[in-house]
Design a protein around this ligand. Structure first.
Ligand code: 13P
Length: 248
């Protein structure tokens, strides 16, 4: 069995009280399995509640959904790497397509955030992916490698701490997911990019409308080291079942 990472991005759902209830159900429904890790990315207000709910479970970890690149300062509404770490986060999503496309985050900003995450000893999960128009124009690989380069070019020594999530924008929250072969093809390109920088252990997750029905087929592709899941991670029993049953 190869190690698999199941990451739950709760986006703007699950407050602290709901998070406590969620984790009580999840922990009961999901006992640790060898070579499987589950990472939770709650909204910042729920981080501490999630961290408390994960105690004594080495297979579970909490992360932030975003950080600012500065460690502190007058940035109303933002949280920094050190603040997330103090709340118990050990990882952070960077450059999620909703950050890029809804909040206008740039490639250059993702680079500064990866840097800030590593300084705060958070494991960055860098999200990359093309829009439908870019895919149809045959630009998928160009877009993804541009996003990788912008965020990671300065981090060649730390690539083993980074996880990549390939999330085609057209597949997020749409019920339309890439076929396992489509996903594997892009993952192979990402792996090439990483290998050229001597990063042999960086994990590559797939995200975009992953659910209980399609997770096993996706993970049957050896190129996929795990999944990053939005909607299907919001219900604890269903998420536990997905993590438990998805084929290795
Ligand atoms: P959905 O699983 O809801 O499509 O969201 C995917 C995603 O954006 C995870 O980060």
């Amino acid at each position: 069995m190869r190690p698999l990472l199941f990451a739950a991005n709760w986006k703007m759902h699950v407050g602290p009280r709901d998070a406590r209830e969620y984790l009580a159900i999840f922990r009961h429904a999901y006992a640790p399995l060898p070579e499987r890790q589950v990472w939770f990315f709650p909204p910042a207000v729920s981080l501490e509640a999630v961290v408390e709910g994960l105690t004594h479970r080495e297979d579970l970890l909490a992360g932030a959904q975003d950080i600012h690149w500065e460690p502190k300062g007058a940035y109303t509404g933002a949280i920094s790497g050190p603040l997330a770490a103090q709340a118990g986060a050990r990882a952070v999503l960077i450059g999620h397509s909703e950050r890029r496309h809804v909040f206008g985050e740039t490639d250059a900003e993702t680079g500064k955030k990866v840097d800030a995450a590593l300084k705060a000893e958070l494991l960055p999960v860098l999200c990359v992916g093309e829009t439908l128009a870019q895919r149809e124009a045959g630009e998928t690989v160009a877009v993804v490698t541009r996003q990788l380069a912008a965020a990671l070019e300065n981090e060649s020594t730390a690539l083993d701490k980074v996880t990549i999530a390939y999330e085609p924008v057209w597949a997020i929250g749409t019920g339309r997911n890439a076929t396992p072969k489509d996903a594997a093809q892009v993952h192979a390109e990402i792996r090439q990019w990483l290998k050229a920088r001597k990063a042999g252990t960086t994990r590559i997750l797939y995200g975009g409308s992953v659910n209980l029905k399609n997770a096993a087929d996706l993970l049957a592709e050896a190129e996929l080291d795990g999944v990053l899941v939005g909607g299907a991670s919001l219900e604890p029993a269903g998420w536990a079942e997905l993590v438990r049953t998805a084929a290795a």
